[in-house]
Unconditional design. Structure first.
Lengths: 436, 301
């Protein structure tokens, strides 16, 4: 195994060493379009995406843009979803990457930006209106390097049928974590009395399910600060839910490779904190029969306390940046595409396939709730339209390492291998040595 | 001078022809080996002295990466875990596979079936193995702990969900997986032992244990040496089973060097540092192997 790592690594190294010299020349996609220049000539620009058959958003953007600009064709190149960043890094280093590529998460944005693989698109960013969320995440030292087209946020999904069966009141526009925990326990008890083995809530094994909320909501939270006391109450609450049986325990989830889609989709849990991407998945699975048919809704993320402000949650934007090796003739077209993806038209097109666009407006909300099967109750609309979403990953060279240390703490604490204090102390000492 | 000398000797032309012929035989394999293994490994040594992050040129930083490693707690944890894994995995796999080979090296009804069955785990997909074993290990609902509870152990271990038991749990699966392969090597070795030796030993009234100790083991020495070297290298660079079973967790309790290299390189994009750790792993592997060769040579004398 080691050999394959070393091999892959070194092949990548070789490729970059030998090809950087000629990189930039071979990124033109359509030889017919390359030479022309000017805006009247037809131009083809390429965009990297992944799993095109199950992730229609790239093609939707490309088609909607082409409709507005018949001279420009956006060609989507497919990459592997799980190895997207590894493949993209290799292609960029080799000079064979597409003209534009999607930044799948903020964790790797730093790598691309710091490595000089993103073109300055501040002029595009300046032309967008303030309804485009998540733009700040791509700003480094006053320069913007990418434009977001989708902005996922975490909500709590809840099963209305199970709430009714248990006789527990549905959540409101603001609810606290303590209320959430109480509801989870009440649901579990009441559902057990009806003979159901469904739990009150389901928390997936990801560190985001605990740390994401804590980082976004705690007043003194800073994952690059090296002090993680503020995570403790969130962990104690999770462990308490697990110990009281209101949520299936971490060990069972990890050893049995349970999926969150099946836990909520087949009514094994009445609530589930999860990102907005799951709306489209749940709709598709209810349609195909992979998930049961039941009434559900989305509630805003529970808060530390109800202050009357917009509910605070977290989620990284997904954006598109331009490969600096793009042909000069195609730059204008690529920038046009970027300003399009930050526009209301693009957002409406995305919303109508169940994606949470970065651009928010009433028209976008309307498009989103026009999809068949999306819950149209007031609370779901409120949860979709009203929230203060903070990025999960700060942009820094230390983010990946610190998140790694926090991930270790998460598995150690949730599996009961170490106490909350010891787990967080280990993460602190590791983060401190990383942050220097 | 040389050519005239060669021309005079009748055998030299043949010799050169044979050399060329020999080279042409190994050339296809060597070309593949050189481009896919040798050159990348050489580049690796260069990269270990740089801060290369996948883009642009690699900046020379001298021994900075190695100095950083000295103070890197995560590196030491993964080194310690690698040694822990090897200390359990090498002797256990050795003993189990030798035992299996001895057991299946006799005339037995259905011996071919048992040999195949013992080899099954080795040809099974590692992901499937991890999936099934993880389910078996499940602390509350898994069959292993269920069995332990029925025989009176009230507080069975948490296996892959416990920092203390995760490494033994992974070692157990990896012994189970590897035993078939090494059993096959031992079987091949056992069948080269001439039966006359056993007959002679019997004539001298040697019991089964004495025959094993004085005939089987010495005659198996080339095989045991090969198995030990392969097992050691395999244990030091263990990666796949850890990645799919525990992903280094809980906490860092099963984080091994190969996975640390992977994390540094492909997750944190610090290819320079990842290369330095690879070099350290390479040096550990090669020095242990050299020691094994020296010991083996001394025994042979």
């Amino acid at each position: 195994m080691k050999r394959s790592i070393v091999g892959g690594l070194s092949v990548a190294a070789l490729v970059s060493l030998t090809l950087t010299a000629c990189g930039g020349d071979d990124t033109g996609t359509d030889p017919a379009a390359g030479g022309g220049g000017g805006s009247d000539e037809p131009v083809t620009i390429s965009l990297a995406g992944w799993s095109l058959s199950t992730t229609p958003e790239f093609q939707v953007l490309a088609d909607a843009f082409h409709e507005q600009n018949p001279d420009v064709t956006v060609e989507v190149n497919e990459y592997d979803a799980t190895n997207y960043d590894t493949q993209m890094i290799a292609d960029l280093a080799a000079g064979s990457a597409p003209d534009m590529y999607v930044l799948k998460n903020l964790l790797n944005f730093f790598t691309y930006q710091d490595g000089g693989q993103l073109m300055d698109v501040s002029d595009v960013a300046g032309s967008l209106d303030e309804n485009t969320n998540g733009l700040d995440a791509y700003e480094v030292d006053g320069t913007t390097y990418a434009v977001p087209y989708r902005q996922d946020s975490w909500y709590v999904y809840y099963n209305k049928d199970l709430f009714t069966a248990a006789g527990v009141e549905e959540p409101g526009e603001c609810w606290t974590w303590d209320e959430y925990a109480q509801k989870a326990k009440d649901l579990t008890t009441a559902l057990a009395a009806t003979g159901s083995d469904a739990k009150g809530t389901y928390q997936h094994t990801w560190q985001s399910t605990v740390q994401g909320f804590a980082n976004a909501q705690s007043p003194d939270a800073d994952i690059l600060g090296g002090e993680y006391d503020y995570l403790a109450p969130y962990y104690e609450r999770s462990l308490d839910l697990q110990d009281s049986g209101a949520q299936i325990d971490y060990g069972t989830v990890s050893t049995n490779s349970l999926t969150y889609q099946s836990q909520f989709g087949t009514q094994k849990a009445a609530m589930m904190p999860m990102g907005s991407w799951y709306v489209a998945t749940l709709l598709a699975q209810q349609e195909s029969g992979d998930a049961d048919t039941f009434a559900w809704g989305i509630a805003p993320a529970p808060q530390l306390e109800c202050t009357g402000d917009d509910p605070v949650t977290f989620g990284d934007p997904t954006g598109i940046g331009i490969n600096p090796a793009i042909d000069e003739d195609e730059q204008a077209a690529a920038k046009e595409f970027l300003s399009f993806i930050g526009s209301e038209e693009a957002a409406q097109a995305l919303a109508s396939i169940g994606i949470t666009p970065a651009y928010s407006s009433d028209a976008v909300t309307e498009a989103y709730f026009g999809i068949e099967g999306v819950p149209t109750d007031e609370l779901s609309k409120y949860a979709f339209g009203t929230h203060d979403t903070r990025p999960e990953n700060p942009v820094s060279e230390h983010t990946a390492a610190v998140q790694g240390a926090l991930g270790d703490a998460h598995s150690a604490i949730m599996s009961g291998s170490s106490s909350v204090e010891d787990g967080l102390a280990a993460a602190e000492s590791e983060a401190t040595s990383e942050l220097g | 001078m040389a050519t005239t000398l060669e021309a005079r000797r009748p055998g030299s032309r043949l010799k050169r022809r044979n050399t060329l012929l020999g080279l042409s035989f190994i050339l296809p394999n060597f070309l593949g080996f050189a481009t896919l293994t040798l050159v990348p490994v050489i580049v690796l040594f260069y990269l270990s002295f740089t801060d290369w992050n996948a883009f642009g040129s690699a900046g020379w930083v001298g021994v900075e990466n190695f100095r950083e490693m000295l103070g890197d707690a995560r590196f030491w944890t993964s080194l310690r875990n690698t040694l822990y894994y090897s200390a359990l995995h090498i002797p256990l796999t050795f003993a189990v596979s030798l035992g299996l080979a001895l057991l299946l090296n006799r005339k037995l009804r259905g011996v071919a079936f048992f040999r195949t069955a013992a080899f099954f785990p080795y040809v099974t997909s590692i992901v499937a193995i991890a999936f099934v074993w993880n389910a078996l290990y499940s602390p509350d609902v898994g069959p292993i702990n269920h069995l332990l509870r029925t025989i009176g152990i009230d507080d069975p271990p948490g296996w892959t969900t416990s920092a203390d038991w995760s490494m033994p749990a992974v070692v157990l699966v990896s012994v189970w997986r590897d035993m078939g392969y090494y059993m096959l090597l031992f079987l091949a070795g056992l069948q080269t032992i001439p039966t006359e030796l056993y007959e002679a030993a019997r004539m001298d009234a040697a019991n089964a244990w004495q025959r094993f100790w004085n005939v089987t083991l010495p005659c198996l020495r080339p095989t045991t040496f090969f198995v030990t070297v392969m097992l050691t290298i395999g244990s030091f660079k263990v990666f796949d089973i850890i990645l799919v079973m525990t992903n280094g967790g809980p906490g860092t309790s099963t984080l091994v060097l190969s996975q640390y290299i992977y994390d540094q390189g492909f997750v944190e994009n610090d290819f320079g540092y990842a290369s330095s750790v690879s070099v350290v792993l390479f040096l550990i592997c090669i020095s242990v192997t050299v020691v094994q060769f020296v010991v083996n040579k001394r025994r042979a004398l």
